[in-house]
Write a protein that binds this ligand. Structure first.
Ligand code: GPV
Length: 841
């Protein structure tokens, strides 16, 4: 449908199009107007939530004008676009980010003060957008920020879950999950009721030859569910670019919806149909690094892939190009295997709908897609049951079999007589029932496959994807080490540190080119600078101490060493190693005289993170941490020497408070299990040091900042297999110090519910898969070294400043530029003309 305003009327349109506020007075006009009209509130009825709502609406208006211009500019430029498909976007709050990115935070601060509000309180009213579990979802959010800040024509595609990740409460030391109903008031989304896609499920496949002798395949009947687009503006930092994140919401199809049911008195069953359709986008699956093969999850995946592909193809068709040019206009990145059905869907569109030859279509598909792997853990690799796909997506199953057949034929030609190879790389696993190996399908359907840190990218080439390296050659498999956005994780989370750095470097340019941080290194000997640096860390710790007091009732000393481990609770991330280490420390304190205790370095150990609701072992770890905290925090022999805190409901906005307040953070996964980790980067960028294993991005962080600035411990990835083997076949003995910890737990000191027995049994009886005992001695010794080092504050601050100065590599801007150059073959858009000078705050 053509719906442009005719040329001769555009003059009037342009004259009246809003220009957006830039001054304090204009901002106040906007906020008051929104509060009185949009929200129907008044002077006598305006609380902090209303002030937040008005401020958000004022900034939303501003963003959407830039959003409109960006979309026009990108359409006009007619360049290749990148589409980032992710089932998770862990965006956190939007207001502070929007204010900083458009450079109007100071204007808002003063405007709000005039109206009687403190900007921090207003910002804190916002509910996190928590459409993700952990690292994978937050990485997608950092990538959106970088793509916009670098002016790439980029879209994110995801699902608009009605419920994001659950809210965690701790009751009697146990995790309790509360639904996260977050859409009550969300000013950051635009419902596009006119942008819809009908998505088909179930039904059957009809194959026949038409009058001209052509093979026709048609997928018939079944159910239709409608996808409705909700658009979220993604502003870049210091640029006019505002990209789009399009989230799909499911509803009953108006075409399909059986209105006659209402008339025939089946009102309830009609409503039930409607609810069933809405269920598809209702809830984010709360698992991290685990796939459980549920039908509704498969429905989510196809619903989102089909809607996104339809949208992308629709946009391409408007350019009237030949199909062969599709990969010159479109790059699609698969964030893990969750969107792999998009590969099959594009092949289906090209062959069944557009009538292309199979091989012609397949060449287009593989040039379009690329795939990022985020784990080597076997339990996280997706495998969908063939009968499930057969029932839900009968045509797609046929296409998968055809892709497999032609793939296996090529393999057979290149490696004749290697029958076992064919079985190993087949997209179909001959299990009971048969399953589709989604990672293999993603590899076969992509032109590039990447891991997320050097060690991880090497590991996938030598372990899980070894055979595919033989088949395709090594160039298809590359590394792109993860990164984080310094806008949110330094400038927004730690404004004082950002300001101090800017005062030394002369500008905030480092936020756009993080390698400029290296200009800080000459200042490591500047006494005044070091003092200010230490004061900022202390102030951040005071702020966290206040949060701890308010939420847990425990008072901690901000002068103590703050030791932080915040991330999803998982056996491979080894929070159990940390808490066993805490108990070991407690035993040491108890064994000393009060004179000897005075020489000890006081420490606050802080945990945070959610356990998947069905992950019993992870929940047991949370329980143990809380019980250990109860005992230690109330033991008068211990006092300030040790406090153990579990912070409830770790999420993005809490991370923004916790990370800047850390002295030491823990990244202690069993070597070879953590693909990258990204919080390790956030902590170091905020002037905290890390204790870690030689795993994931810890290795590259060490290479960049220097071994003397990292506390490394534990066994190496290359030795893990042998160690595991020895646990069963060697003469295995638990570390004697760890045994003492187990004895204390078993004595009932922390409660004798018996459940802690399983945690110990996993190590003493069931092979200690995660090498807790093997690494225990090295871990506690390294913790002692940390205590010693922290006593010399001057040396400590030197390490922190040096580390920050060398962190430039870990910006997600570098990471996105690498994807753009080596995978997507896409250029940023030139926005020089649009670029306005914006006041920085
Ligand atoms: I697969 N990751 C995650 O958060 N959830 C998942 O389901 C899977 C991976 C994480 C990895 O565990 C991290 O090591 C990595 O830094 C992150 O993805 C981003 O790549």
């Amino acid at each position: 449908v053509e719906s442009s305003i005719p040329e001769h009327m555009r003059e009037a349109w342009r004259k009246y199009s809003p220009s957006g506020f830039t001054t304090k007075d204009q901002f106040e006009t906007e906020i008051v107007r929104h509060i009185e009209t949009t929200l129907a509130r008044s002077l006598f009825n305006c609380d902090e939530l209303a002030a937040y709502s008005g401020t958000a609406l004022a900034f939303r208006d501003r963003l959407i004008m830039d959003w409109n211009k960006t979309q026009q500019r990108q359409t006009f430029a007619d360049q290749k676009r990148i589409y980032y498909l992710s089932l998770e976007f862990l965006m956190g709050r939007a207001l502070d980010n929007a204010m900083l990115n458009v450079g109007l935070k100071n204007v808002a601060k003063e405007g709000l003060a005039d109206l009687g509000f403190r900007i921090e309180d207003v910002i804190n009213q916002e509910h996190d957008a928590a459409l993700g579990n952990g690292g994978l979802g937050r990485l997608a959010a950092c990538f959106l920020d970088s793509m916009a800040s670098l002016n790439y024509p980029a879209w994110g595609y995801g699902l608009r879950y009605r419920y994001g990740i659950f809210k965690q409460e701790i009751e009697n030391g146990y995790q309790v999950e509360i639904p996260d109903y977050w859409l009550d008031f969300n000013p950051w989304e635009f419902a596009r009721h006119d942008v819809t896609v009908d998505v088909q499920f179930y039904g059957w496949v009809n194959k026949y030859t038409d009058d001209e002798g052509k093979q026709i395949v048609s997928w018939q009947d079944g159910e239709i569910v409608t996808a409705v687009a909700y658009d979220v503006p993604v502003p870049g930092y210091g640029t006019p670019t505002v990209n789009n994140l399009r989230l799909w919401s499911s509803k009953a199809s108006s075409g399909e919806f059986d209105f006659s049911k209402f008339n025939s008195g089946e009102y309830e069953s009609a409503v039930a149909d409607q609810q069933r359709a809405e269920t598809i986008s209702a809830v984010l699956y709360p698992n991290d690094n685990l796939e459980r093969g549920k039908e509704l999850r498969l429905k989510q995946q196809y619903f989102w892939c089909a809607a996104s592909l339809f949208d992308i193809v629709r946009r391409f068709k408007k350019t009237n190009r030949k199909w062969s040019e599709f990969p010159d206009q479109v790059a699609i990145q698969l964030n893990d295997t969750h969107p792999t059905l998009a590969v099959v869907e594009l092949q289906r569109i090209l062959v069944d709908k557009e009538g292309l030859e199979w091989q012609t279509a397949w060449d287009i598909v593989t040039k379009t897609f690329s795939y990022t792997n985020h784990t080597v853990l076997p339990e996280a690799l997706e495998k969908w049951s063939v009968p499930l796909i057969q029932n839900l997506l009968p045509r797609h199953l046929q296409i998968i079999y055809e892709i497999n057949l032609s793939f296996l034929q090529t393999v057979e030609r290149r490696f004749p007589k290697d029958r076992e190879l064919l079985g190993r790389v087949s997209l179909i696993e001959e299990s009971q029932p048969k399953t589709v190996r989604m990672a293999y399908l993603a590899i076969v359907g992509s032109h590039k496959v990447n891991g997320v840190a050097e060690l991880h990218s090497d590991l996938i080439k030598t372990t899980i994807f070894k055979d595919f390296v033989r088949i395709y050659g090594p160039d298809k498999f590359i590394n792109v080490t993860n990164g984080i956005t310094p806008r949110r994780w330094l400038h927004q989370a730690n404004p004082r540190l950002s300001e101090l750095i800017a005062s030394k470097l002369g500008s905030y340019e480092f936020l756009k080119d993080l390698t400029l941080l290296n200009k800080l290194e000459p200042f490591v000997d500047d006494k005044e600078f070091k003092k200010e640096w230490a004061e900022i860390k202390y102030a951040n710790k005071v702020r966290l101490a206040q949060h701890i007091l308010k939420t847990t009732g425990v008072s901690v000393n901000p002068k103590a060493l703050f030791d932080v481990q915040v991330k999803r609770i998982h056996e491979y991330k080894r929070q159990q190693l940390n808490v066993f280490g805490v108990i070991h420390r407690y035993l040491a304190i108890k064994s000393l005289s009060s004179e000897e205790r005075k020489k000890l370095a006081p420490r606050v150990t802080i945990f945070g993170g959610k356990a998947a609701p069905g992950y019993w072992m992870a929940k047991t770890i949370i329980h143990l941490i809380n019980k250990v905290g109860e005992v230690i925090n109330n033991d008068p022999d211990v006092g300030d020497l040790l406090k153990v805190i579990f912070l409830e409901d770790y999420n993005v906005s809490k991370a923004e408070i916790i990370i800047p307040a850390s002295d030491i953070s823990e990244h202690i996964s069993t070597a070879g299990t953590e693909a990258s980790g990204t919080s390790n980067m956030k902590f170091v960028l905020n002037g905290g040091l890390i204790i870690g294993t030689l795993d994931g991005a810890n290795i590259e962080i060490t290479r960049e900042i220097g071994e003397q600035n990292v506390f490394l411990f534990g066994n190496l990835s290359e030795d893990v297999e042998d160690l595991r083997h020895n646990h069963f076949y060697g003469d295995y003995q638990v570390d004697p110090e760890l045994q003492k910890v187990f004895d204390l737990i078993k004595s009932g000191k922390f409660g004798d519910e018996g459940s802690f027995g399983a945690l110990i049994g996993a190590i003493t009886e069931h092979g200690d898969y995660y090498l807790v005992s093997d690494d225990f001695n090295s871990y506690t010794k390294t913790q002692d070294l940390i205590d010693e080092t922290f006593k010399n504050q001057d040396e400590w601050v030197t390490k922190c400043i040096t580390s920050v100065a060398r962190m430039g590599f870990f910006t997600s801007d570098r990471c996105i530029n690498e994807y753009a150059d080596t995978i997507w073959n896409i250029e940023p858009l030139d926005v020089a003309e649009e670029k306005q000078v914006r006041a920085r705050t």
